[in-house]
Design a protein around this ligand. Structure first.
Ligand SMILES: Cc1cc2nc3c(=O)[nH]c(=O)nc-3n(C[C@H](O)[C@H](O)[C@H](O)COP(=O)(O)OP(=O)(O)OC[C@H]3O[C@@H](n4cnc5c(N)ncnc54)[C@H](O)[C@@H]3O)c2cc1C
Length: 470
């Protein structure tokens, strides 16, 4: 590897920019301070460090990504892959400066294969756009990180994002069958095949999936599709306590029902959403379950009736099924606006993401309430409760040192609680730089050591999304 001379270093920024422009053209870079400032943050929206990226680059193809990786590896400059920047873990924060690789210009759907039930796409494809395109021929890509209109396939793969439908359909990792990946030194590899089954060699596809851009840069993906359900409907079951809502979920599972979505929103979340996007939610109730069922129309009606009975037997005071498509979409818009609604409450909203075995969800919810009261934090509890996955939304002002300190203490206790209950630190949002320090709470020393060794093999010069995950 060629290290820069002192003289080279002095003119380094200019030289780097010149070299990158040679690769991607001048219309595909941002270097002005106003432009790069916008890419110093992601949705976590906390200035993790005072570092700005040196340059934001919009590659148009895999060869350009490979050339940039070669350059970055030579100059030992970090590369931070970025989709929509909508992750909650500081996964795109340029904590050591570097090159932001923004994939908005690699957003092509190359193929939707009705025979193989697959599609081949670039990482910048927006998840909602892919869903719309495959739906046109009766197919379905179920992963839905709740912000379909913006989040990208690359970000979803890198985090193995989940979302509401994970209860029935799983997360991104269940749909990725082959990846084209640019390695830290610019080498281009393929990890799988376009086949339904594959046990050929180590499963690099799954290793890269969920690796948060720390092991390689995804430049193309082959994804599994499934036939689209004929009909879908959603219902809201209201409860007088979070505990009875949780009991109803256990009863739904024990009765071997498989709704596609089982989400929970607590009273504060209901009230905040209703203020932001009035849709007629019952804001005096302590909790609501949002339950979606799918299948043919008769089966959906049957499932809804059974689930409604189960909820009522477990204390639901009111069950409201969507009356038509417009009503269904309104309920979903309300659900999807929960994060934006919370953002009205305080200058900062931090969405946490802990997951426990389903049997421990009541204990987790109780623990979150206790921790929030102890540290005097405004907390909205919501999440994909069917998966044991809760996202407490903390609304606070991080300029207030006391609130900041309280939040940090609460966060640590939250992670310890999740692990004590047999769970872990993240179900779907990833670790990023926000949770990296807490990893030893969940993983033992030997496991962490092995992970560090894997990182070293993939990225010996630590240029790929540094300070994330490990
Ligand atoms: C309102 C809201 C609701 C959400 N709800 C959910 C939810 O229900 N479930 C859920 O799972 N998540 C949810 N999320 C968070 C979720 O992580 C992201 O929304 C989404 O999946 C990330 O996609 P992105 O394109 O924004 O990725 P980014 O934020 O841009 O990137 C995420 C990570 O992927 C890496 N990355 C991006 N592209 C590549 C690539 N091509 N190669 C390698 N690495 C890459 C980045 O470096 C970063 O580490 C929500 C977020 C918001 C704002």
């Amino acid at each position: 590897m060629q290290i820069l001379t002192k003289q080279e270093y002095a003119t380094f920024d200019e030289k780097l920019t010149r070299d990158i422009i040679q690769i991607v053209g001048k219309d595909n870079v941002i270097t002005d301070i106003e432009g790069i400032y916008a890419y110093s943050f992601d949705c976590a929206h906390i200035p993790f460090s005072k570092k700005y990226p040196k340059i934001v680059v919009f590659p148009e193809n895999t060869m350009q990504v490979s050339e940039i990786a070669k350059l970055a590896n030579r100059y030992l400059i970090p590369i931070i892959p970025r989709g929509a920047g909508s992750n909650h873990a500081g996964g795109c924060a340029p904590v050591k400066g570097g090159i932001i690789l923004h994939f908005s210009k690699m957003n092509k759907i190359f193929e939707i294969n009705n025979e193989n039930l697959t599609c081949r796409v670039q990482p910048g494809v927006v998840v909602g756009e892919l869903q719309k395109e495959v739906q046109k021929i009766g197919l379905f890509f179920p992963p839905d990180p709740s912000n379909l209109a913006v989040s990208t396939i690359g970000g979803g793969i890198a985090l193995s994002s989940g979302g509401p439908r994970a209860f029935k359909y799983g997360t991104f990792k269940d749909y990725v069958i082959d990846l084209e990946v640019v390695m830290a030194d610019g080498t281009i590899i393929r990890t799988g095949a376009q086949t339904a089954k594959n046990v050929t060699g180590y499963n690099l596809t799954q290793l890269i999936t969920g690796s948060e851009g720390t092991l390689g840069i995804v430049t193309e993906a082959v994804l599994k599709l499934i036939p689209s359900p004929e009909y879908t409907n959603v219902m809201l079951a209201y409860f007088e306590s979070i505990e009875s809502a949780v009991n109803a979920v256990s009863a739904i599972i024990n009765n071997h029902m498989t709704p596609s979505v089982v989400d929970l929103l607590d009273k504060k979340t209901l009230q905040t959403i209703e203020d932001f996007y009035p849709v007629g939610l019952q804001t005096d109730k302590e909790a609501v379950l949002l339950i979606e069922t799918d299948g043919d129309i008769v089966s959906v009606e049957n499932q809804q009736n059974k689930i409604s009975d189960i909820c009522k037997k477990n204390g639901s005071t009111f069950v409201d099924c969507a009356r038509n498509e417009e009503h269904r979409l309104k309920i979903w818009t309300a659900r999807r606006s929960s994060f934006a609604a919370c953002a009205k409450l305080a200058p900062n909203v931090i969405t946490e993401d802990v997951v426990v075995p389903r049997s421990q969800i009541a204990a987790l919810a109780k623990g979150i309430i206790h921790i929030s009261e102890k540290y005097n934090l405004i907390t909205m509890i919501m999440g994909h409760i069917g998966d044991g996955n809760i996202h407490p939304n903390f609304a606070l002002d991080l300029r207030d040192e006391k609130q900041k300190h309280n939040f940090e203490s609460a966060k640590k206790e939250l992670f310890e609680l999740a692990v004590k209950l047999g769970g872990t630190l993240s179900g779907e949002h990833g670790i990023g730089c926000q949770k990296a320090n807490f990893l030893p709470i969940a993983l033992d020393k030997a496991t962490l050591q092995l992970m560090s060794q894997i990182k070293k093999v993939f990225d010996p010069n630590y240029i790929l999304n540094p300070e994330k995950m490990l």
